[in-house]
Write a protein that binds this ligand. Sequence first.
Ligand code: BEZ
Length: 332
Amino acid sequence: MELNMSMKHLMTSVMAGGLALMMTLPAQARDFRLGLITPPPHRWTQAAEAFAEDVKQKSGGEHSIAVFPSQQLGNEAQMVQQLQTGALDMAFLTVAEISNRVPDFGALYAPYLVENIDQAAALLKSEAATDLLSQLPSEAGLVGVGYGMAGLRQVMSRDKLEGPADLEGKKLRITPFEPIRDFYKATGAAPTPMPLPAVYDALANGQIDAIDMDFDSILIFKFYDRSDKMLISNHMMFPMVGVVSGRVWKDLSKDDRELLKTSMRAQLDAVIDHFQALEKKQEQELRGLNITISEANKDDFADAITEWEKIWAPKAPSLPNLRKAVAEIKGS
Ligand code: BEZ
């Protein structure tokens, strides 16, 4: 949802004022807080911890960053509110929550925008994707430092799942954001928004029939114990974004901004590299388990993609630019 004009005006002034202040403020010791929804074993949380350690070392112990995993500070919508007021300093957020506030980010969720994890990694490091981040200060009061990701999205179900037709009528868990809701609605499924930490219990108690998920999370959380049919579809990327509160950013010195930006970006890049390197191995590990596996591709989802495009092409004007970047990646 877009912020109203006066809020936008306030944020623009805050950012501009920050630029002036930045020239004059001396470096101050800071105890930062970073929130995220993933649990300690997840690669995103490990990257947040590594970022905290790096900043501590490179600031000679002057700055510290306390990492709050597993939604300890609230869900992503609540964390964004805290970031906007400056009550929270930083977060690693799914782009899902960002796309609820800045619809152009929905472009990153175009079904089959990329064909594989290598293209996803290259796209998220491209200028076209990075350009999107420049909307965050004025549209959401956040400074977007860079992208990480989780793997491509797949479907797991308790019942038969041989192709998209079997999604009809299924209560299918999605991460709470609109582009994915519209995609599954177009398949005939009943998308059920639910944050990651709630998924295992919801599968166990029968509240949902199926889930939209990535290989890595399926393995970490052992979702296959509760839903043993998997449709390998690779239908969507799942980007994450590292952000700093705009209100906090404006009071940081130039050197501190540079330190946070460089260190956070290095960890986000390492997250992308991690998922890129491990994807095949994770798929093989899942194929080795007692799971019934089917596969689906872009053609199988053709009708749903056409529907999605009708809704999202007008809402996400960056889509052609991202598609152009993908074409360049494929050609290189
Ligand atoms: C999810 O909502 O499915 C999700 C969130 C964060 C990391 C991985 C998956």
